[in-house]
Write a protein that binds this ligand. Structure first.
Ligand code: ADP
Ligand code: ZN
Ligand code: MG
Length: 478
């Protein structure tokens, strides 16, 4: 069969907002505390307790909505989404149904070199549920309500995404924006950013959407991409075998690298939504929205363009540097202290980011102060160390938190640039390697490489390579 299919994807991102207290009560949102130590009658759903909206969570939501070009609803109203599950103490979740806080937004992304606009259908504010754990082999489950009532922003796209890679690129771009707004940790490992992915397929050119499947339980963007690829392949096989695709929710199993059926999809009516009677709807003043809009920070794309323009960086480097706000800040701190911006960009995007990868850490936790990186670059410029030694020194700097000078000094890594001394060493090497010298004179130019190597060996790699080359050539030409 050579029917071609296209994949249709829509993503729902849940973002925990970084507030001090929960969204409808005064409990702390601190991560990693003892289970059930951050609870109260409101978030445990005791009869008679009343919710009060957290102003900061609300303002953060507006901030995100504006950064994603959404229209803001003038009337803010909450609804109850009713369902029974052990992690939901009230047996309903306060959410927003027919009047989400904001709607009709968009995010422009670059994917595979192409520009693409992904429409944002809605962004609404709701509360998180508690967290269940199922100890291995136990006949019971444990529930932690510390997470119950945490502020969650749900960001839903239209089904505009057309490949697993595009979904990955959308998530990366979205996360960068959300980080720039400083409204969330955006940490998938801690669950402060979660993504449910909806996928369907249809024959190429077909207008009607296919039956969609929702996939949950991916804790990295890579798993989202893998799960979507698996799902697209699975659905194509079903259609090819003339079988039906069932609308359902599936779980990604990273061990099996497969999606597994969890439950058939529930419909909105199953939730018996109705307006939350304990929270009075209210109007948002336009002036508040305009104030937040004016105070929006420079976003990743604008910053990329500015980096290209102000620092003459390549678009590629600028993109990498601005993909994380802390990294972009770090680059700019370095740029204030050092002339050659391209050199800084190279060191950050290659050596420093390689270390961040190895250590799975952000630039701040890596602990290389900007002035220490610049100190290292200055030692290369003054030929006190070679570029190659500098790479080792950087690793040492990360391990010991010492500055470059201290390390070079204590390890005796100072480069030898003294011409007299290098000349002596070269004469010595030449006298011991007459054969190579003859080879060179007979046209075997790579004998030169061998001789340079011998000089480096004698100096434990510390001789300044350009001076070695220059003096060696002079002698060989004699
Ligand atoms: P539901 O009411 O089932 O939650 P929504 O209309 O709210 O469905 O959509 C949820 C997500 O699924 C959105 O991101 C939307 O873009 C996406 N979606 C809807 N229909 C499809 C489809 N046929 N294929 C892929 N994604 C879809
Ligand atoms: Zn509480
Ligand atoms: Mg939905």
């Amino acid at each position: 069969m050579n029917t071609t299919y296209e994949t249709v994807i829509g993503l729902e991102v849940h973002l925990q907002l970084r507030t001090e207290t929960k969204v409808f009560c005064g409990c702390s949102t601190k991560f990693g505390s003892r289970p059930n130590s951050q609870t109260c009658p409101v978030c445990l759903g005791f009869p008679g307790s009343l919710p009060v909206l957290n102003e900061k969570a609300f303002l953060y939501s507006i901030k995100a909505a504006l950064a994603l070009n959404c229209a803001i609803q003038s009337l803010v109203k909450f609804d109850r989404k009713n369902y029974y599950y052990p992690d939901l103490p009230k047996n309903f979740q306060i959410s927003q149904y027919d009047m989400p806080l904001s709607y009709n937004g968009s995010l422009e992304i670059t994917s595979g070199g192409d520009r693409k606009r992904v429409r944002i259908k809605r962004i609404h504010l709701e509360e998180d549920a508690g967290k269940l754990t199922h100890p291995a082999k136990a006949s019971y489950s444990l529930v932690d309500f510390n997470r119950a009532g945490m502020p969650l922003l749900e960001i839903v796209t239209e089904p505009d995404i057309s490949s697993p890679q595009e979904a990955y690129d959308y998530l990366t771009a979205l996360k960068a924006i959300l980080q720039y707004l400083r409204i969330s940790d955006c940490d998938m490992e801690k669950g402060s950013l979660r993504c449910d992915a909806n996928a369907s397929i249809r024959k190429s050119g077909e207008k009607k959407l296919g039956v969609k499947v929702e996939v949950k339980n991916m804790n990295s963007f890579r798993w989202v991409r893998e799960a979507l690829q698996y799902e697209a392949d699975r659905q194509v096989s079903l259609l090819e075998a003339k079988e039906n695709i069932i609308q359902e929710t599936r779980l990604w199993d990273a061990g099996k690298m497969a999606t597994i059926s969890m439950r058939s999809k529930e419909e909105a009516q199953d939730y018996r939504y109705f307006p939350e009677p304990d929270l009075v709807p209210f109007m948002v003043e336009k002036t508040i929205i305009e104030e937040i809009r004016k105070a929006l920070p420079e976003l990743p794309e604008a910053r990329t363009n500015r980096f290209v323009k102000d620092y003459s960086l390549s678009e590629y480097d600028a993109k990498i540097l601005t993909s994380q706000i802390d990294l972009a800040d770090y680059f700019e701190e370095c740029a204030k202290q050092y002339e050659n911006k391209k050199t800084i960009a190279n060191w950050i995007t290659c050596d420093i980011m390689a270390q961040m990868n190895i250590k799975n850490s952000g630039i701040i936790e890596l602990g290389v102060l900007s002035k220490n990186l610049i100190g290292l670059l200055e030692m290369i410029d003054s030929q006190e160390i070679s570029g190659k030694t500098a790479k080792d020194v950087l690793i040492e700097m990360i391990e010991t938190k010492k500055n470059a000078y201290e390390i070079v000094e204590s390890k005796g890594l100072l480069q030898i640039s003294d011409r007299e001394r290098i000349d002596q060493i070269i004469k010595n090497v030449l006298s011991k390697n007459g054969k190579s010298v003859n080879d060179y004179k007979n046209g075997k130019k790579n004998a030169m490489t061998f001789l340079v190597g011998q000089v480096m060996r004698q100096t434990q790699g510390k001789a300044n390579p350009s001076i070695v080359n220059e003096i060696l050539k002079k002698h060989l030409a004699e």
